[in-house]
Write a protein that binds this ligand. Structure first.
Ligand SMILES: [Zn+2]
Length: 208
């Protein structure tokens, strides 16, 4: 997802839950995953290249780091780790075919509106048909240069990040579903985390 949409997702899903310092540190860590250094060789940051195992391991690691940092009263590290964790959780809907699979259930009829998307359908999360976009170099680099897009797309395979991504509204109606799924998933992940934290840790984390 493009940076502005990660920020929009964060504000929509968590804006009224965290204090201002916490919110800004979480957002900074989230969007920093898309810095130039985070873009290359880090499939696990963005759910790219079907690297599902590596990605789930990375998410588990960042989640555990959030909890252990809070146990040491290190809120800054906890907020950063949670921001990194959420970036990956949100990119899942933009870089995998989850939304396409969910929508395909309504083939032939009008699908429910985007706010009704289920972001954690167990059958789809475990589906053998679940894929994420492959990153084909060097074409994928050229794809990032907007004026070149129409010229390079015909040379990039259909199972690529370039063809599959739902990173911005330009990609069509599925983008709204990816946004709503990412918003809901972010809220679910906060609730899950909260249930694993002590009262004191949660208070510290939310910056009450
Ligand atoms: Zn990303």
């Amino acid at each position: 997802m493009l940076t502005q949409y990660h920020i929009e997702i964060m504000l929509n899903s968590l804006g009224d839950r965290f204090g201002p310092r916490a919110m800004s540190e979480i957002i900074m860590a989230n969007i920093n995953q898309d810095s130039l250094i985070g873009q290359f060789g880090h499939d696990e940051f963005h759910f790219d290249n079907n690297a599902f195992e590596k990605t789930y391991a990375y998410m588990d690691e960042q989640r555990a780091l959030t909890i252990s940092s809070l146990q040491r009263n290190d809120t800054s590290s906890a907020w950063s780790a949670f921001g990194r964790f959420l970036h990956t959780a949100q990119d899942f809907y933009a870089h995998s075919n989850y939304i396409t699979l969910w929508l395909s259930r309504f083939n032939g009829s009008t699908p429910p509106p985007p706010p009704e998307v289920d972001p954690v359908d167990e059958t789809l999360l475990n589906s053998p048909n679940l894929r994420s976009g492959k990153v084909y170099y060097p074409f994928e680099l050229l794809y990032f240069i907007r004026p070149l897009r129409p010229h390079v797309l015909p040379f990039i395979p259909r199972d690529s990040h370039a063809w599959m991504n739902l990173d911005s509204p330009e990609q069509g109606f599925k983008f709204d579903y990816a946004m709503q799924a990412a918003i809901k998933r972010t809220q679910i992940e906060l609730e899950k985390l909260a249930s694993d934290l002590s009262r004191d840790s949660l208070k510290l984390f939310l910056e009450w």
